[in-house]
Design a protein around this ligand. Structure first.
Ligand code: NDP
Length: 450
């Protein structure tokens, strides 16, 4: 990538050189640095304090062996990670991903993004991320438990309620968080808010399950309202994925009067022109833990197509990618634009490639980047931490109202930053800049110890 600023160019080139074989991480750094051009041009103190040089280097990257015994008595070995990227504004905070694709590049890209996202929530949380290349698919409950216990046996040495508070992500839901929390408590003999996404009976927050999907829609609604005097009501919507984020994005979109017509998993997608029946989806995914194609056996008029990419060929007003990184490439972006899509808001982390984002922006679509649009999950995790510290639990309505308020503020912070530093309405730049400024300021105040 080429930068106007000689400082940004130097930092970026060093990142490329010192992180070989880490394309996702380099992509995430490049995207943020590009947004920071007007910031470093305006204020030389960022260079003088080496802020950008430091912000692209994790404070700590932990990698460890996770061995466990499968149901056949065979020893299995996976690799676990925790990237403690930046603690300038609070304890490290970010999810744990369990997926075969997990590697240092993926964990570092997610940890890096998390710094700015957490800052945008306005809550005191630093950035981190972790996980393992363990594949939960097809594993028995006993295998999941033994893996989670072994994983936490090592991770417990590095985390704590005031140090680093992990949460769920792909492959890590309430079940996995429960097994990990139980193991942490057993090892440390303390009951603390060391993880978020916990069950309600042991310190979890109401509305955490819904938070990322609901937050995505609160953000989308505000963005459409302010920038186009429009709303979700009456719109046709395509949502990719069928996990936590996708399910609750679908729920809130439907509540707001939109019609969601498609969902997917990593094998293929379903299309239901009558609007997705979410009760059926929840039964398949949350209760039976089966594949999304089961839906067509239970709902008349729905069809299933193998392969994920085709979902973006379905005509829609609003596209909400909620599955995984780089799921919308330039080709899919072109098809969406051609089909008249007006809004893209990212539920997943980095689901659009840089080429796809460039096409959306050039075509004048409203584009809500992940850092801002999907921050509702971590924001509500922050609210769970507050409740744990207070030893109180708030009602669903209280948490939901705070979440909505946070998402509306995130939109306005990103929008205002886009007006001040970049082109009005460029929320990619706006979110990166607004998130960066607070962290950078805290880093300046705290001196150069890291
Ligand atoms: P889940 O594990 O609950 O669901 C993930 C969904 O995406 C599944 O339907 C999965 O299908 C699908 N998927 C995973 N990998 C691929 C792939 N390579 N191609 C196509 N589909 C795929 O995860 P979440 O819903 O929690 O997370 C989804 C995204 O949202 C991730 O990017 C995550 O980082 C992000 N996110 C999540 C937050 C949260 O609170 N949960 C907060 C902020 C961001 P399959 O079952 O076939 O694997």
């Amino acid at each position: 990538m080429e930068f106007k600023s000689e400082y940004l160019q130097r930092v970026y080139d060093k990142v490329v050189k010192t992180n070989p074989g880490e394309p996702e991480f380099i992509q995430a750094v490049g995207e943020v640095l590009e947004s920071l051009e007007p910031v470093v041009a305006k204020d030389s103190s960022y260079e003088e304090n080496g802020i950008i040089d430091r912000i692209v280097e994790p404070e700590r990257m932990i990698s460890f062996r996770v061995s466990w015994v499968d149901d056949n008595g065979k020893v299995q070995v996976n690799r676990g990670y925790r990237c403690q990227f930046n603690s300038a504004i609070g304890p490290y905070k970010g999810g744990l991903r369990l997926h075969p694709s997990v590697c240092p590049s993926v964990i570092k890209f997610l940890g890096f993004e998390q710094i700015f996202k957490n800052s945008l929530t306005s809550l005191p949380m630093g950035g981190g991320k972790g996980g393992s290349n363990f594949d939960p698919k097809g594993k028995s409950d006993g295998e999941i438990m033994r893996f989670c216990q072994s994983f936490m046996t090592e991770l417990s040495k590095h985390i704590g309620a005031d140090t680093d508070v992990p949460a769920g992500d792909i492959g890590t839901g309430a079940r996995e968080i429960g097994y990990m929390f139980g193991q942490y408590k057993r090892l440390r003999n303390e009951f603390t808010g060391v993880l978020t996404g916990k069950g309600l009976s042991y310190g979890g927050s109401l509305a955490r399950t819904e938070a990322t999907g609901y937050g995505l829609l609160y953000f989308t609604e505000e963005m459409m309202n302010v920038m186009k005097n429009d709303s979700v009501a009456g719109k046709t919507i395509v949502v990719s994925g069928s996990g936590n984020v996708a399910i609750y994005a679908t729920e809130k979109a439907t509540q707001l009067g939109g019609k969601v017509v498609a969902l997917s998993d990593s094998n293929g997608y379903i299309y239901d022109p009558n609007g997705i029946n979410l009760d059926v989806v929840k039964q398949i995914k949350e209760v039976e833990r089966k594949r999304i194609k089961e839906y067509v056996d239970r709902v008349d008029g729905a069809t299933y197509t193998e392969g994920c990419k085709g979902i973006w060929t379905i005509p829609c007003d609003i596209a909400l990618p909620c599955a995984t990184q780089n799921e919308i490439d330039a080709e899919s972006a072109e098809i969406l634009i051609k089909n008249g899509t007006k809004v893209v808001a990212e539920g997943a982390n980095m689901p659009s490639t840089p080429e796809a984002i460039a096409k959306f922006q050039a075509a004048g679509l409203l584009f809500g980047p992940a850092k801002a649009a999907n921050a509702g999950g971590v924001a509500t995790s922050g609210l769970e931490m507050s409740q744990n510290s207070e030893r109180l639990s708030w009602t669903f309505e209280e948490v939901d109202a705070k979440l909505k308020n946070i998402m509306v503020n995130i939109f306005h912070n990103a929008y205002n930053a886009s007006k001040e530093y970049s082109e009005e309405g460029n929320l990619v730049a706006g979110a990166n800049i607004a998130g960066f400024l607070k962290v950078a300021d805290a880093m300046k105040w705290q001196g150069i110890a890291y």
